[in-house]
Design a binder for this molecule. Sequence first.
Ligand SMILES: C[S@@+](CC[C@H](N)C(=O)[O-])C[C@H]1O[C@@H](n2cnc3c(N)ncnc32)[C@H](O)[C@@H]1O
Length: 291
Amino acid sequence: MTTSSPGTAGDLGSALAAAAAELAAAGVPAPRVDAELLAAHLLGCSRGRVRALAFTDAPVPAGYADLVRERARRIPLQHLTGRAAFRHLELAVGPGVFVPRPETETVAQLAIDAARARLAADGTVRVVDLGTGSGAIAAAVAEEVPEAEVTAVELSDLALAWAERNLEPRGVRLVHADLRTALPDEDGRYDVVVSNPPYIPAAAVPNEPEAADHDPKMALYGGGEDGLALPHAAAATAARLLRSGGFFVMEHAEVQAQALARHLENAGSWLDVRGHEDLNGRPRATSAVKE
Ligand SMILES: C[S@@+](CC[C@H](N)C(=O)[O-])C[C@H]1O[C@@H](n2cnc3c(N)ncnc32)[C@H](O)[C@@H]1O
């Protein structure tokens, strides 16, 4: 790449093309998008603005080549920019915390819909997010259902520090606890429990280096050969925390959909067990209503 000189006049268009080629060669899945987003980050503008600037004599921002090189080493884009988009939010993220994924936006939507329904019926609603990571789901609920009382539970010290940055300004209560035993004095007090727990089976290492090398192991592996130990624990905690008629929704892998539905049906605490598809039509979440 020849884009490292700061403020090279008229080079932005060709620097973007060169960066996209370098990222493509490194196997980055959306190389042009990432090339534009890295430039947008350095210029402090939108990706759309970068695309417009590429047709002018705008200079290449200082440090661009270095960032592109880091991205080509498959450092997650969000660790380089320090931000992750989630629904309407831009969350602070970095090393030590799971980068929120687009499929989780659908899970957050189900929790938001349930919270809104409860609010309309009752005038109040209490929501808890188990294994909050960056705080993505809890922050989205707090932002989109401002009347909701939202609690977020997380065990990792590193993740907790990121969650604090995202949740404190939104008035979410953050609790440092194990989701298996969290909130022991609050049984039956919640209307909605939502979780994207770790669920990857021990032997299924993610293909993408961004996930395998940079997402915390504690955020990925669900425990047990099938990865279902923590999802089962999240369901048990949800059954304890929810009032009768309360709503539980949890993300999981496509291959776990049937086993989890069976688990909830056999647990004796749940009615109306339902599978939900993500935006690609894959069964990636299951919900149930507390008996
Ligand atoms: C897949 S990540 C999801 C993070 C966030 N909810 C999201 O959707 O982006 C799972 C999270 O659960 C946390 N976690 C793992 N084991 C836990 C436990 N026993 N108790 C509480 N949190 C736990 C991890 O640290 C991680 O932040």
